[in-house]
Design a protein around this ligand. Structure first.
Ligand code: F6R
Length: 623
């Protein structure tokens, strides 16, 4: 999830920004830094040439470079702040990228799924690459098209037709001062409309300091901006129009996409986080292909045990994954809190695959566990959201979640992306080891691709949960019950409520109730219950329905998360929260969403800062 800004202005026009293109781009990047911050760069068009400055690391590094080596004065500029997907966070991989002539420069947000095939094709035609990114492919394709047509808009349109995946692209060309061409598919792009100046941004935060009039582009559209005009066409060349709107947010609300907090925004972004994590994982024949999986196929076939190491929410993602991986691959899976792992002399060998899950990639407990596992001869695969961070760097292989930067301290979208990545790993192993036929793998993948839309459906139907949360702002204790994959979901629901709303909360395996925790239930005690699908193993469903009855009989107020059409829960539920039908193994991706929203809303109703809860840090870099 990178940040993108573009600016074209007519010098002296009322809306043209003082300071010129590079200054406007830099200011936009400052406001977009929340979208990614592992490298940044700017390109300007000046005196018949394109000039580029880019640097790995925070924006401050780029500022330092610009101070030492300023860009020429220009009124056409594009800027990019990166959240690495293809290729680590280095100077070479930072955007903008240029073609072989250096006369066209491109920035990109998203993932070009077919970049490997395009790269091979370009290499064959003699192109030399200077980065590991998918974006550079676009720069070279554009360069080649421009040689043919000489028209940047036409070239962009032709190139987009060759790209698969999700992308927002901006391009400038040395021969076209005062022109920026943008394009979008499955990734956002907004135009800022000024007077004698126009802007482009991955969101309105990029240009909110200059204009509040904006145009949202539709899917598969190309936009050409000059200081005085904005023209939109579809990828098919047909004239098109964006949706015009007025932005009435202030700058800080703009960064949060109009949501009251980063947490609310990140919960809302979850469908995209899952969709992006699924992008680019299959080859042309639909076979699962995890390019980042650098452990040999022979070693993966020989694996006789998987140990997942992680902390907090990431460990709950691992617990969900255990059910799926064991079921699909018939390999035993242990899930261990990373800080416990190395102190108990764990039994690992060179046939053990250790999976380290971490959003930040910098959690010290997990880093130490990774080091210990490797010392014992195990292969370590990192599932991580932060390219270039310590955990993937120190692991044998990495599978990146593409959730984009998570700013709120408590994890939400990373959790769903981690489960998705674990499922990709499970299916890949099942395919490789022959536990599943290709059509079975394809079937689960197809179901996974439906999940983003289903999460959106859940998010759209949660007004009742928000109301309940506001009404329950004074609650002192909440219990969460689940069984099978619903058990880690219950624990995650409890964790979210503890850390956001500072309310005592416990997640239990529903079957464990009768062994002790049921003593906690007294009249009025709120109990959330995550109910498995009645279409799954029926004993599981009916057992959980019995558990609801047991707590209800003791006076509990039951808030039941159940699949659409599950009427059996109704007699015992004070409140039923519906989620769409999906398979049991995929249901955590839906069932956890109401619990996240409940915690976020309740904490907000208490007047708490949901983005920075007390006593917590986003990245726990001490043991
Ligand atoms: C809870 C939360 C934490 C993290 C844990 C691991 O909302 O955010 O429990 O999940 O500290 O962090 P990462 O995934 O960065 O290793």
């Amino acid at each position: 999830m990178c940040g993108i800004v573009g600016y074209v202005g007519r010098p002296g026009a009322p809306g043209a920004a003082a300071g010129g293109g590079a200054a406007v781009a830099l200011e936009g990047l400052r406001r977009l830094e929340y979208r990614g911050y592992d490298s940044a760069g700017i390109a300007v068009v000046s005196e018949g040439a394109v000039a580029v400055r880019k640097r790995a690391g925070k924006l401050a590094n780029l500022v330092e470079l610009l101070d030492a080596d300023p860009l020429p004065a220009a009124h056409t500029a594009i800027g990019h702040t990166r959240w690495a997907t293809h290729g680590g966070p280095t100077d070479a991989n930072a955007h903008p990228h240029v073609d072989g002539t250096g006369r066209v420069a491109v920035i990109h947000n998203g993932i070009v799924e077919n970049f490997a095939a395009l790269r091979a094709e370009l290499r064959e035609s003699g192109v030399e690459f200077t980065s590991e990114t998918d974006t550079e492919v676009v720069a070279h394709l554009l360069g080649a098209q421009l040689e043919r047509t000489g028209d940047l808009t036409e070239a962009m349109r032709a190139v987009c037709l060759r790209l698969e995946g999700a992308f927002t692209l901006l391009a400038v060309h040395a021969d076209a001062p005062g022109v920026i061409v943008g394009a979008r598919r499955n990734s956002p792009l907004v135009v800022g409309l000024g007077e004698g100046a126009n802007y482009l941004g991955s969101d309105v935060a990029a240009f909110i300091a200059h204009t509040r009039e904006a145009l949202e582009l539709g899917q598969d559209q190309v936009v050409t901006i000059t200081p005085d005009a904005v023209d939109v066409v579809g990828f098919d060349g047909a004239p098109a129009q964006g949706r015009r709107f007025h932005v009435d947010w202030d700058a800080s609300a703009a960064e949060k996409g109009g949501f009251p907090s980063f947490m609310a925004k990140e919960i809302h972004d979850q469908p995209q986080a899952i969709a992006d994590t699924l992008l680019g994982r299959t080859d042309a024949g639909g076979r699962l292909q995890l390019d980042e999986m650098k452990i040999s196929e022979a070693e993966l076939r020989a694996v006789d045990k998987i140990v997942v190491i992680a902390c907090g929410t990431a460990a709950y993602a691992g617990q969900v994954a255990k059910y799926a991986i064991e079921h699909w691959c018939r390999i035993p899976v242990e899930v261990e809190l990373a800080h416990e792992f190395r102190y108990r002399d764990p039994v690992v060998s060179e046939r053990t695959l250790v999976v380290a899950i971490s959003q930040s990639g910098e959690t010290m407990d997990t880093i130490m566990a990774v080091r210990h596992a490797r010392e014992q001869g195990a292969k370590v695969l990192a599932i991580c959201n932060t390219n270039g961070s310590t955990i993937p760097r120190e692991s044998d292989a990495a599978l990146y979640t593409h959730a984009g930067p998570e700013i709120a301290v408590a994890s939400t979208k990373a959790f769903l992306a981690q489960i998705t990545a674990c499922y990709l790993l499970g299916l890949y192993l099942a395919q490789l080891r022959g536990n599943k036929f290709a059509d079975e793998v394809a079937d689960v993948l197809a179901q996974l691709h439906e999940v983003p839309g289903q999460v959106r459906q859940v998010l759209d139907g949660l007004e009742q949960v928000r109301e309940i949360a506001r009404y329950m702002a004074d609650t002192r204790s909440v219990l969460f019950l689940g069984r099978h994959v619903g058990y880690p979901v219950a624990m995650e629901g409890a964790l979210k409520l503890k850390e956001l709303a500072y309310i005592h909360a416990e997640g239990f395996a529903a079957g464990e109730l009768k062994h002790g925790p049921i003593a906690l239930v007294e009249p009025g005690q709120p109990v959330f219950v995550v109910v498995p699908s009645p279409r799954g193993r029926d004993s599981l469903h009916s057992k959980v329905v019995s558990n609801i009855q047991e707590v209800r009989a003791r006076g509990a107020r039951t808030l039941v998360i159940a699949e659409q059409g599950d009427t059996e829960v109704e007699p015992y539920a004070d409140v039923v929260i519906r989620i769409p039908r999906t398979s049991t193994l995929l249901s955590p991706l839906l069932a956890v969403v109401p619990l996240q929203v409940f915690a976020c809303e309740l904490a907000t109703a208490k007047g708490l800062d949901v983005d920075q809860p007390r006593n917590l840090a986003k990245s726990v870099t001490v043991e």
